[in-house]
Design a binder for this molecule. Structure first.
Ligand SMILES: Cc1cc2nc3c(=O)[nH]c(=O)nc-3n(C[C@H](O)[C@H](O)[C@H](O)COP(=O)(O)OP(=O)(O)OC[C@H]3O[C@@H](n4cnc5c(N)ncnc54)[C@H](O)[C@@H]3O)c2cc1C
Length: 384
């Protein structure tokens, strides 16, 4: 196992200070290794996630070579040549487990933002104190965007949040964590080959969830109540101003509709499986509270906005992979983690084999399936 940093590197180096998992402790597990502390319904801090993964590495005696940066992987006869900062390796098979969130996705028009405005991504944002004084424009209303908008607004900044397509969820539904419903109903186990539009499902934004001791819901209505100003999707920069789409109402209605549909599916599952007694009565949530008129333009030169945080998504970095298995959008072409090039595999990508694939909890089944394939392939090659 080659790791450019230390065990749990992404949780040490690439998360903001206040981040907690959005998955509850009882659900954040690795093979044979689960949370055993006093708060199974709580949510781990980044530091606790580091400890959790470190303990797993120690218990399993994972053969990790840390501080070993993989610089290139290229095919050679019967395998791959792997160049690293600590020397070269030959391998018959390679599993790409380098993460789905290595780089921040930022729209091209960010280069037209006036230089007086500081720009950050979640990968280099640590907390409100590290941003210059003044208003903040947070772009993107998925898990990262809503969490950062709330934190910045609470710190006393004036925050504007640009909202595109998003997934609205209550933290708790019928007295159970919404991820309890996803897990117990089997929704999280839906397989990649059962999903209608896999490309779209793999690009689905993360749900508007935050893990707090109070188990608060952090949807757009909650942000409006905090004083965050909502605007539509940021579409362009013109003459030093940000131009927003007029579709805020539409994206919010769509998110409300999809949330209600999902909750109705949970209700139906509870009824059909006789689990009604375990949960509270069905609940209804008011439609997202949106401003009567949302602004369509925001001057970025007037000094009102001092910084922008691009919470517009993440993508993997395969700059070091010298094998033609990446599409024009930078995504790996694979079938449930098996690449078309023999001996090459992937783990830890969105909906790799199941909806739970990118979560800590998703690795066990995916790894078993992928490693099964790998072992069979190596055995067949040995026989050949
Ligand atoms: C903001 C955020 C919040 C999240 N919240 C949750 C949550 O609440 N619950 C949950 O279950 N999951 C959450 N996740 C998903 C999270 O990514 C997974 O839980 C987990 O970290 C995935 O592990 P991984 O090993 O697949 O990828 P990563 O954690 O990204 O690890 C990949 C490793 O590969 C190393 N690496 C990359 N390139 C190279 C190279 N060229 N050479 C050598 N090493 C390399 C990196 O240093 C890194 O250590 C969150 C992710 C993000 C970004």
């Amino acid at each position: 196992m080659l790791e450019r940093g230390e065990v749990a590197n992404s949780w040490r180096r690439e998360r903001w200070d206040s981040l907690r998992l959005l998955t509850p402790n009882w659900l954040s597990r690795l093979p044979g290794h689960r949370y055993e502390g006093p708060d199974p319904d709580g949510y781990m801090t980044s530091g606790e996630v580091v400890d959790f993964i470190e303990r797993f590495a120690a218990v399993t005696q994972a053969p990790v070579r840390s501080n070993t940066n993989v610089i290139s992987v290229r095919p050679v006869d019967d395998g791959y040549h792997v160049s690293t900062s600590q020397g070269d390796f030959r391998a018959r098979a390679v599993v790409l487990a380098s993460g789905a969130y290595n780089l921040a996705t930022v729209p091209g028009f960010s280069t037209a933002v006036p230089v007086s405005v500081e720009q950050r991504t979640p990968l280099d944002y640590r907390g409100p104190a590290h941003l210059p004084e003044g208003g903040v424009l947070v772009v993107g209303a998925s898990a990262t965007g809503v969490q950062l908008a709330a934190e910045l607004q609470r710190s006393g900044r004036l925050v504007t949040l640009a909202v595109g397509e998003h997934v609205r969820l209550p933290r708790v539904y019928r007295k159970r964590d919404v991820l309890w419903w996803m897990h117990e109903s089997g929704m999280w186990d839906q397989r990649y080959d059962e999903v209608d539009d896999l490309t779209r499902a793999r690009r689905l934004p993360s749900p508007q969830l935050v893990g707090t001791p109070e188990r608060d819901t952090l949807d757009l209505s909650a942000l409006t109540a905090l004083g965050v100003e909502l605007v539509g999707r940021w579409a362009a920069v013109r003459d030093g101003s940000a131009l927003f789409s007029g579709g805020l109402r539409n994206v919010c209605s769509l998110a409300d509709l999809k949330m209600n549909r999902l909750l109705a599916t949970f209700d139906e599952w509870a009824r059909a499986t006789g689990r009604e007694a375990e949960v509270g009565p069905p609940e209804e949530f008011p439609p997202t509270a949106i401003p009567a008129t949302a602004r369509l333009r925001l001057d970025l030169r007037g000094g009102g906005i001092a910084s922008i945080v691009w919470a517009t998504g993440y993508r993997p970095d395969y700059g070091w992979l010298d094998v033609p298995v990446v599409d024009e959008k930078g995504r790996l072409r694979h079938e449930g983690g098996v690449l078309e090039t023999p001996g090459l595999y992937a783990l830890g990508l969105p909906l790799l084999r199941r909806r739970r694939s990118t979560f800590l909890n998703g690795i066990e089944d995916d790894a078993r399936a992928v490693i099964d394939h790998l072992a069979r392939d190596l055995a067949a090659r040995r026989i050949a």
